[in-house]
Design a protein around this ligand. Structure first.
Ligand code: G3H
Ligand code: 13P
Ligand code: ZN
Length: 333
């Protein structure tokens, strides 16, 4: 049993309270490899932004949970080396699918876990989330629960349509489970294909596709029921069209990749939404940079020569999100 406190990590409690009060959101960036982690930490250190490092099931399978946990410990020291005296870094399990997975992460030094029972019948979701909370709180680890189902693939859980969170359920769920934050469904979804072109309208000025508006009325309903309670938005990548264009220019085939417009996320960040999950945008930034090097320098075979530009492009993206979308810069001096 290792306490996250011994390795310089923090949980989400104070971070979220400040974010709600200040009208901004904390970035929750997924990481699977060293370059992503370096880019996240150097972006957070440069902007003095609190940050959540997220480890998904796919990341645990790809990179190994233990290795990722030690990389996060290294990240705290790296942040200090970069001149960030008091780094505010959370190590969070993204979409935990069982009590055992959550327990294993807590025992290993994660400071926050998500238990995703959103696909379960309501009472089973309550029981599972409560069990995780009871274990986690003994070690001052914070827990994110989820109510409502996101369209698309939610890890192993497939669903073709959104089931928006029901505001009338949230008080019962939060009070019976004791969870510290709640992920809700208001029309976002995972991945780079969040909407079909048929669901969108064309912006007459830019010619770009505009997706259907998020269900801000559901968010407002939740806020009314749970004033000041931390809300989480999954599936919040914006799918930058310049990165998509670069990928396609250099041999990629991403057709009609559409994300959430950034001004909508800015609006959400100003509300009780205090954690915004971004993974796909980082994948796009990495892939665009690598494809460009491969296309322009076909003789190059030193991985540092393409992973380096990929890291730089991801860092630029993270800084943009922190400063221009979430507004978390300067909040962790
Ligand atoms: O929740 C979805 C995240 O983007 C993680 O996806 O399991 O493929 O790493 P992943
Ligand atoms: P995106 O696929 O929109 O980046 O969402 C990531 C996410 O919600 C991770 O939990
Ligand atoms: Zn998610």
């Amino acid at each position: 049993m290792v306490s996250y406190k011994e390795i310089g990590l923090v949980n989400t409690r104070e971070m979220f309270a400040k974010a709600i009060e200040g009208g901004y959101a904390i970035p929750a960036f997924n990481f699977n490899n060293m370059e992503q982690l370096q880019a996240i930490i150097s972006a957070a250190a440069e902007t003095k932004s609190p940050v959540i490092l997220q480890v998904s099931k796919g990341a645990r399978q790809y990179a190994n949970q233990t290795l990722l946990r030690y990389m996060a410990e290294g990240a705290v020291e790296y942040a200090k080396e970069l001149g960030w005296e008091n780094p505010q870094i959370v190590l969070h399990l993204d979409h935990g699918d069982s009590f055992e997975t959550c327990k294993s992460c807590i025992d290993m030094g994660f400071s926050s876990v998500m238990i995703d029972g959103s696909h379960l019948p309501y009472e089973e979701n309550v029981a599972l989330t409560k069990k995780v909370v009871e274990y986690a709180h003994q070690f001052d680890v914070t827990v994110e629960g989820e109510l409502g189902v996101l369209a698309g693939v939610e890890d192993e859980v497939s669903s073709d349509h959104h089931t928006y969170t029901k505001p009338e359920e949230v008080v019962d769920f939060v009070s019976r489970t004791g969870c510290d934050s709640l992920a809700i469904s208001i029309g976002t979804s995972h991945g780079a294909y969040k909407f079909t072109p048929e669901q969108c309208t064309v912006d007459p000025e830019t010619g770009l596709l505009v997706p259907p508006m998020l269900a801000f009325d559901v968010l407002e309903g939740v806020e009314k029921e749970l004033p000041g309670f931390p809300i989480v938005l999954h599936g919040s990548s914006s799918v930058p069209q310049d990165e998509v264009a670069t990928i396609n220019k250099y041999g990629g085939a991403l057709k009609a990749a559409i994300g959430i417009p950034e001004p909508w996320l800015r609006k959400a960040a100003e509300s009780a939404v205090c954690k915004i999950n971004i993974d796909s945008d980082s994948r796009l930034a990495m892939t665009a940079a690598i494809r460009e090097v491969f296309a322009n320098k076909p003789a190059e075979f030193d991985p540092r020569k393409y992973l380096g530009p990929a890291r730089d492009n991801m860092k630029k993206l993270y800084i943009h999100k922190i400063v221009n979308v979430l507004g978390s810069d300067g909040k962790a001096q």
